[in-house]
Design a protein around this ligand. Structure first.
Ligand code: CA
Length: 219
């Protein structure tokens, strides 16, 4: 899952990014509203964490413009102000949830999981698919009742694919979901991860759609 974090407070941004990485998220971080609006309009993110007080373009304005352009990316708003009016303005502008600073990072993680469940219309906290059970909260996967330890990237890839069975995921999208802007990617890295997942579970788990990407069939 790829998250855009928009926060101009460096220590806080760094703290959030560090806290979310081990959860298997790919976190791209921007520090002003104008860049955030541009990134959200041109790339695909599963979710955005948006501070309201931002340079260049206010968070509330970013949100309004996104929604005016029919961009439905789930947005969790961070506000330093505990004023009810700010929270109401955020929700009215199209925020899906909000947190008031200072907040507990475990609460942030739980709220992100809830937002992602809603995004994919999934009431249960775990993903289940043909004997595979993936639990985003504790980062564990089992197959036919046996735990299958997965490296972070493989976990993230499996999570991405199982979240939307029946939908073809392009190579680009999967690569962005796994690596974001930061990491150098070897050209065949994605194929290697796919190969490992097929081996650890079963070969038909992930179907190659030639020239496009990959697909997990609907059950
Ligand atoms: Ca701020």
């Amino acid at each position: 899952m790829r998250i855009l974090l928009v926060e101009d407070d460096r220590p806080l941004g760094e703290g959030i990014r560090t806290a979310l990485k081990p959860e298997g998220y790919t976190v791209d971080w921007l520090q002003d509203g104008a860049s955030a609006l541009h990134a959200l309009s041109h790339e695909s993110f599963d979710l955005a964490i948006l501070d309201l007080g931002l340079p260049r373009l206010d968070g509330l304005e970013v949100l309004k413009r996104l929604r005016a352009a029919a961009n439905a990316v789930p947005v969790l708003v961070l506000t330093a102000r505990d004023a009810t009016t700010d929270r109401i303005a955020g929700l009215d502008a199209g925020a899906d949830d909000y947190l008031v600073k200072p907040f507990d990072v475990d609460e942030l993680k739980a709220r992100l999981r809830a937002l992602l469940r809603r995004r994919f219309n999934r009431p249960e906290p775990t993903l289940e698919y043909r004997g595979i059970v993936l639990d985003p909260a504790n980062q564990q996967v089992s197959y036919q009742g046996t735990p299958v330890p997965l490296p972070r990237k493989e976990f993230a890839l499996l999570h991405e694919l199982l979240a939307q069975p029946g939908r073809v995921m392009t190579r680009d999208r999967l690569q962005q979901a796994l690596y974001g802007w930061e990491e150098e990617v070897e050209s065949n890295a994605l194929e290697v991860h796919i190969h490992h997942l097929r081996k650890k579970f079963f070969p038909e788990l992930i179907r190659t759609v030639r020239g496009v990407g990959y697909l997990v069939d609907k059950c």
